[in-house]
Write a protein that binds this ligand. Structure first.
Ligand SMILES: C[S@@+](CC[C@H](N)C(=O)[O-])C[C@H]1O[C@@H](n2cnc3c(N)ncnc32)[C@H](O)[C@@H]1O
Length: 760
């Protein structure tokens, strides 16, 4: 037998590091991973139980300081989930494991000998039947309901175990695919005698049922399902089978395994006891699967048979509301926001409405969203419930630490929030296999997954978590918990200049999610549709009048400046593309020296304006000086690009608009507000300014430009100025303010309070 080999390197005992030592942490782990790479295929070094538990305890100590430390975990080379049923795998043990090897055709049976750390990726120490010990790190399992592996001595199986350096610097088993891992009930007959809760060899149906009921009562639903299934393996009369399947359905439902729940409920007949409860469960399950028509059909039967059942009636009216939303796009956005605020829940129960849009081949990459008819500015194109969603609230609820997942080859670190989104998506797919086809259809670049059968031994979907990761990278959208609140915060900020928002700020990782229909939309800085959020509901509205057959383009991220070329500022690098909209192209074609000059003049002007603003001396501004600097800034733009947004000019003009408005100079403020629109590519007609007092026709937008949330305030300032200068135009300016508000925050019911505040 080959002698086990040691790496010769000390494990780091921890995967948590102070922020300032992250690079040291990465380099230490890199060394460990390289050392182990050289030992590939050789038997793993053995560590004693005492040593390993000692490391684990040290890890726990550093973990308890997680408020100031961040966790590092590492990516591995993608591999596919095991596609073989348990019956075709052979058992292996720890002493047979090899360094950096996936043990194909084998499975390993283990049980925990420490608690399971759940603050980052799950990990713990486990032993096999020979009392050999090994660390185990589980990815994509955190949010799996029914992961009841929380107690010490819980037993589990890892299919085709992969041995690598695990998160805290020791060699161990890492599990990336949820389906490669299976909890084993302590009542299972497959366990070694000493690991079983009871050693009774043969159980009757009644005994299995009693055990299952007990497990259900203590909240161990996955184990209850297992025991009900054992009972169902033994032939029984139809009535008993129905009861068992009904009970199993209840447990499956608790685990969120909706589709399996429906299968069990499908065989029930009206003759059975608790048929009303069964129907109610069925309706609820359809509802959870977002199949509102089926849910209301079941509820209509239930309400007819049991007209006094209050739960059924309430549920029926909710289902009908969802059906209407789905059909008409009529939502109570006010109710949505109230629910979000009152209950501090980010996942809302609303249906998805798909408006006048469709998926077609696009000119950039693959497919895109297109308008299926003429659309007016502000029209609702889509209101979509997230497929998967993750927010800081979820992290704090689960006491998750902050962390990064590092790709040693790419030297890129991914915030834990995104890792969690992958987990969330895996969970949804495992429990709702019918989503798989839609999911597989989402853009995932060149990643190929040959997993063709989508079900594992338990009927759960076989999910390739590396594929989920790829889909997430390309399709994820960062969101606000509530765009209206973000808008209010931003627009009420004292600073007249927009501070750059960093997505990677440690203190605030924005929520993120995957929306299936929205994910077909391609990006352009010169957007024609804007998306906003209320919890996990995404609202997409047209930001201009759009002709039928036009591609709908959203802005994945705002372009912060117009003095950086894509080579210096490409927020879409990880998505494998750079924006080539007309604005980005014009910046790319501009000489580097001119862009540098643009930046320098902008900074100079910002300082100048800030000084004036802080000193509140707008009347005494040295106009000549300001004009000269402004002209220098304007000269950095090509004359011919007159309709392309000039972001730096807009920045200054917007600040000045606010200054003159606050300073009580309505004519100057109105003139500047109109210029703000021009700077973003709009062309207005009928707008009265100091220079242009004789205009004919109503105030209108002749040409639409690039939406910016600050334009709402420009309209409001224009309305306020017109109250004095041209009262007949105040109303039209206010209406535009309301329209722009709706395009930015997704709804306009809250507009009047914002408007009142501004006008008072
Ligand atoms: C959310 S998907 C958009 C839909 C995708 N085109 C499809 O075929 O399913 C995002 C991916 O589309 C591509 N994409 C989006 N906007 C693009 C653009 N402006 N230029 C080039 N590729 C773009 C990128 O590959 C990006 O990762």
């Amino acid at each position: 037998m080959t002698k086990p080999v040691d790496t010769g390197l000390m494990p780091s005992f921890q995967s948590f590091f102070p922020l300032e030592h992250l690079t040291d942490g990465i380099s230490h782990m890199g060394q460990m991973i390289n050392a182990v790479q050289d030992l590939k295929g050789r038997p793993i070094g053995m560590v004693s139980m005492k040593e390993l538990v000692g490391y684990y305890m040290q890890h726990q100590v550093s973990n308890s300081m997680k408020g100031i430390l961040v966790q590092l975990t590492f990516e591995t080379t993608p591999y596919e989930p095991c596609i073989h049923p348990m019956s075709s795998l052979t058992k292996t043990t720890i002493s047979d494991l090899r360094y950096n090897t996936r043990h194909e055709g084998s499975y390993i049976l283990l049980r925990l000998i420490t608690g399971l750390d759940i603050t980052g990726t799950l990990f713990a120490i486990a032993e096999d039947e020979n009392q050999r010990v090994i660390p185990v790190q589980l990815f994509n399992q955190n949010s799996l309901p029914g992961n009841e592996l929380l107690e010490i001595y819980s037993a589990f199986i890892v299919k085709e175990p992969l041995v690598e350096v695990v998160g805290w610097g020791e060699v161990g088993i890492r599990v990336d695919h949820a389906s490669d891992f299976k909890c084993i009930s302590r009542y299972s007959e497959d366990l070694p005698a000493g690991w079983k809760k009871s050693i009774k060899e043969k159980r009757t149906v009644a005994q299995w049922k009693a055990v299952a009921t007990e497990l259900y009562k203590t909240g161990l639903y996955a184990q209850a399902v297992e025991c009900y299934s054992k009972a169902l393996e033994i032939p029984s009369p139809p009535g008993r089978v129905q009861t068992l399947r009904f009970n199993r359905a209840q447990a499956l439902c608790k685990l969120g395994r909706s589709e399996e729940t429906l299968l069990d409920l499908g065989i029930l007949t009206p003759a059975m006891q608790s048929y009303d409860t069964a129907l109610y469960r069925k309706a609820r399950t359809f509802y959870d699967l977002r199949q509102y028509r089926k849910s209301s059909e079941v509820l209509s039967v239930l309400c007819k048979a049991y007209p006094k059942n209050p739960h059924a009636n309430r549920m029926f009216s909710e289902s009908i509301k969802r059906l209407l939303e789905e059909k008409t796009g009529m939502y109570s956005f006010k109710e949505m926001q109230t629910k979000l605020l009152a209950r501090h829940i980010v996942r809302l129960e609303y249906a998805t409405y798909i408006g006048p849009i469709e998926v077609r081949p696009a000119s950039v990459t693959g497919r895109g969203l297109f308008s299926s008819q003429d659309v007016k500015a502000g029209e609702l194109l889509l209101c979509e419930k997230a497929m998967a969603y993750f927010s800081e609230e979820d992290a704090s609820k689960r006491m998750l630490c902050r962390g990064y997942r590092v790709g040693l080859d790419s030297a890129k670190a991914m915030p834990l929030a995104r890792v969690e989104l992958v987990h969330e998506m895996v969970r949804e797919l495992r429990t709702k296999p019918s989503w798989m086809a839609d999911f597989m259809n989402m853009y995932h670049d060149s990643y190929k997954s040959t997993v063709s059968s989508f079900h594992d031994d338990d009927g759960g979907a076989l999910v390739d978590s590396f594929l989920v990761h790829k889909v997430m990278v390309h399709n994820m959208l960062h969101s606000d918990t509530c765009t209206r609140d973000t808008y209010v915060l931003r627009s009420e900020s004292k600073s007249v200049f927009e501070e750059e928002r960093s997505d990677f700020a440690m203190a605030q990782q924005p929520p993120c999610g995957i929306w299936r229909m929205a994910s077909f939309a391609n990006h352009s800085c010169l957007l024609n549709a804007q998306h906003s959020f209320i919890g996990d509901m995404l609202i997409m509205r047209a930001t201009m009048d759009i002709a039928a057959g036009t591609e709908i383009l959203i802005r994945y991220r705002e372009r912060a400046t117009d003095f950086l070329k894509a080579s210096k500022w490409n927020p879409f690098e990880d998505r494998g593309f750079a924006c080539t909209c007309d604005l980005c192209q014009s910046i790319d074609y501009t000489d580097e020296r001119i862009l540098k000059l643009r930046e320098a003049v902008l900074r100079d002007l910002q300082l100048f304006v800030e000084t004036v603003f802080i000193e509140s001396r707008p009347g005494k501004v040295e106009v000549g000086d300001l004009m000269m600097k402004m002209n220098t800034l304007l000269a950095t733009y090509e004359e011919i690009d007159v309709y392309l947004p000039r972001l730096s000019v807009f920045e200054i003009k917007y600040a000045l608009t606010r200054i003159f408005d606050v300073g009580g100079l309505p004519y100057a403020a109105a003139g500047l507000a109109v210029e703000c629109f021009m700077n973003l590519g709009y062309s207005l007609t009928g707008a009265i300014t100091m220079e242009n007092q004789v205009v004919s026709g109503p105030l209108a937008i002749e040409k639409w430009g690039m939406l910016d949330y600050r334009l709402v305030k420009c309209w409001l300032i224009l309305a306020r100025s017109y109250r004095i200068m041209a009262p007949h135009l105040e109303h039209a300016a206010k209406d535009y303010a309301m329209l722009f508000y709706k395009m930015v925050v997704g709804e306009d019911h809250s507009f009047n309070s914002a408007y009142k505040k501004m006008m008072s």
